[in-house]
Design a protein around this ligand. Structure first.
Ligand code: IDP
Length: 140
């Protein structure tokens, strides 16, 4: 039984709507441990680098504009099977398809302004954690 790390962002829509506390509570209630967390306001360069895999997608420019429209809360979560468990808690990308009880069902506005990000695989989780956190910040 090995622990896994995943990377989470509470996106600008959810921060602006005052949902940081509720989302962190849902994460905690789901049994995922918060190893590190901080509020940041991403620069355009940071957001473009973070979403580089999507740079050919038609929504890339708008996605970057959205992600730098206000502060976000970035976190490192730990638990067994944390990547899949957090994706399940987040719900589908499009909130219209998200299941009851998921973060996106509760707090997302639309397919872009969808409250949270979570890593989709161990390789991306490692890159995303290192993109925003140094080892010294992983205190939990
Ligand atoms: P995910 O966040 O559920 O993993 P991805 O397909 O990796 O979904 O897309 C990354 C982010 O890009 C989404 O969370 C959402 O904010 C945005 N996005 C995805 N698809 C669309 C779209 O069709 N229109 C606008 N924004 C989109």
């Amino acid at each position: 039984m090995s622990k896994e790390l995943t990377f989470s962002i509470i996106k600008p829509d959810a921060v602006a709507a005052g949902n940081i506390g509720s989302i962190l509570q849902m994460i905690s209630d789901a049994g995922l441990k918060i190893k590190a967390t901080k509020m940041i306001h991403m620069s355009r360069e940071q957001a473009e680098g973070f979403y580089a895999v999507h740079k050919e997608r038609p929504f890339f420019g708008e996605l970057v504009d959205f992600m730098i429209s206000g502060p976000v809360v970035v976190s490192v979560l730990e638990g067994e099977n944390a990547i899949a468990r957090y994706r399940e808690l987040m719900g589908a990308t499009n909130p219209e398809q998200a299941e009851e009880g998921t973060i996106r069902k509760k707090f997302a506005t639309n397919i872009q302004n969808n409250a949270v990000h979570g890593s989709d695989a161990p390789e991306t989780a490692a890159v995303e954690v290192a993109y925003f956190f140094s080892n010294i910040e992983m205190v939990g």
